[in-house]
Design a protein around this ligand. Structure first.
Ligand code: FES
Ligand code: FES
Length: 437
């Protein structure tokens, strides 16, 4: 076990057990419960949060809390945690590492033999201001009820809002990440809203309260880039705007290409002008994409050190992905804001899933998703988009080969086959999937 003396070079030193034991071992192991992927996630998030060299996130051998694992210990205080998901990791980073608090629900106390209830932390936020920033797009400013600082976040992060009817919707944070007093969101009222965006748009007014998750990041600026090329389409400007704030304080060069039909239909127009100054080019196509940004020409030359960030509708993201196929995969970062119905056209076969914690096997018929079948079995699984866009339903995959149909995992992550979006993805032919549920 690591000792406190090993940590004196760092302000905070995290050890995550990645010990592996043979399947069926009576004590189990942290690795079998997904600790390797979660440790890698924590390390990547630490980088995205710019924690710096005074915070170290290491792998460790068995910490002798196997039955309650995955286990981690954080020095110098020697605080122990158990964790199960990326949301748990985010909360430990936000509250313990950045905020100096304890995540009570995840604490592992000496002598503890049973896990605690692990409901993720929720924030109750005050709607401090609402304004229309474009037709059908509102800008929301959210603050804490007592005026205290909100959990920190890196540019590109999002929070989830919970509607009165229990729906969960993800919205990117568009403000300055250095400003801990408030979160700024942009919400477009979707015409085919299933009750999420319409509730936020119609019901949330100044002085109302709303429940939110802590921030999560899956679309961050690369730490090693020398040039950042940002492409935003419509409401996809929100995470890019936060990136603009962050890039102003960084030495690398950057430029934004912002695609909208015209000035009137350009969300956050004045803020974008103010944050990016001469480093933005507006592309107004008057509703005809042929008149808009020439993505192919923009991405024709792959330049060492240059990274591309694209956020917007599927057509824009797919076009950028297509025309950057000669760039290395690590330099392409994207987030979708709307989906075209491609997954419906894929053929579906029936398959089985084994839920390793429940120790039950469920059959997934061709016309149903894993998510629907799991819910029918009485499990409470958190979701947001249910379209494979947001990663909210990401579940650890312990066995079997998945047919990944989401728009979140990178090609490398799909190949690694360690997690699955159960709202859209399925099994490849004849496979039984083993899920950490
Ligand atoms: S296997 Fe992780 S604590 Fe023992
Ligand atoms: S709920 Fe969004 S990816 Fe599954």
């Amino acid at each position: 076990m690591p000792s406190a003396s090993q940590s004196h070079h760092y302000d905070i030193h995290v050890f995550c057990c990645i010990n592996e034991r043979a399947p069926g071992h009576p004590r189990g192991s942290c690795s079998a419960r997904g600790s390797q992927a979660l440790q890698a996630y924590m390390k990547a998030q630490g980088k995205a949060l710019a924690l710096g060299s005074r915070v170290r996130i290491n792998k460790s051998g068995c910490l002798e809390r196997c039955e309650l694992g995955p286990a981690m210990v954080i020095y110098p205080e020697g605080v122990w945690y158990t964790y199960n998901s990326e949301a748990d990791i985010d909360e430990i980073l936000q509250c313990h590492v950045l905020g100096g608090e304890r995540v009570e629900r995840l604490l592992l106390e000496p002598g503890q033999t049973r896990p605690r209830a692990t409901e993720p932390r929720r924030l109750t936020l005050l709607v401090a201001d609402v304004s229309l920033t474009a037709p059908a797009v509102k800008r929301f400013v959210l603050r804490s009820l007592d005026g205290s600082d909100l959990p920190a976040y890196p540019a590109g992060a999002h929070i989830d809002l919970f509607t009165e009817s229990g729906l969960r919707r993800s919205y990117s944070l568009a403000g300055d990440p250095a400003d801990r007093r408030q979160y700024v969101l942009g919400v477009r009222r979707e015409e085919d809203s299933r009750g999420g965006s319409s509730w936020v748009f119609d019901q949330l007014s100044a002085n109302s309260e709303v429940t939110a998750s802590v921030p999560r990041s899956s679309f961050a600026l690369a730490a090693d880039a020398t040039m950042h090329t940002l492409i935003a389409g419509g409401i996809g400007i929100t995470p890019i705007l936060a990136m603009g704030h962050e890039l102003k304080a960084r030495p690398e060069d950057y430029h934004l290409h912002y695609c909208t039909p015209n000035e009137v239909e350009t969300p956050f127009l004045e803020e974008v002008r103010s944050v990016f100054g001469p480093k933005v080019t507006f592309h107004h196509d008057d509703g005809n994409p042929a008149n808009g940004l020439d993505v192919q020409a923009l991405l024709a030359d792959s330049v060492p050190g240059q990274h591309i960030y694209v956020c917007g509708p599927a057509g824009l993201v797919e076009s950028a992905r297509l025309h950057s196929s000669h760039w290395s995969e690590e330099t392409f970062h994207s987030e979708l804001f709307a989906l075209e119905p491609v997954t419906d056209e894929l053929p579906n076969e029936a398959f089985d899933v084994f839920l390793s914690r429940q120790k039950i096997t469920l059959s997934v018929p061709p016309e149903r998703s894993i998510l629907e079948v799991v819910r029918d079995a009485g499990l409470d699984v958190e979701t947001s988009c249910e379209d494979g866009l947001c990663s909210c339903c990401r579940t650890r995959l312990l066995g079997g080969e998945a047919d990944h149909r989401d728009h979140v995992l990178s090609s490398a992550e799909k190949l690694a086959n360690e997690s699955i979006m159960i709202c859209v993805s399925r099994a490849t032919d004849g496979e039984t999937l083993i899920l950490d549920l």
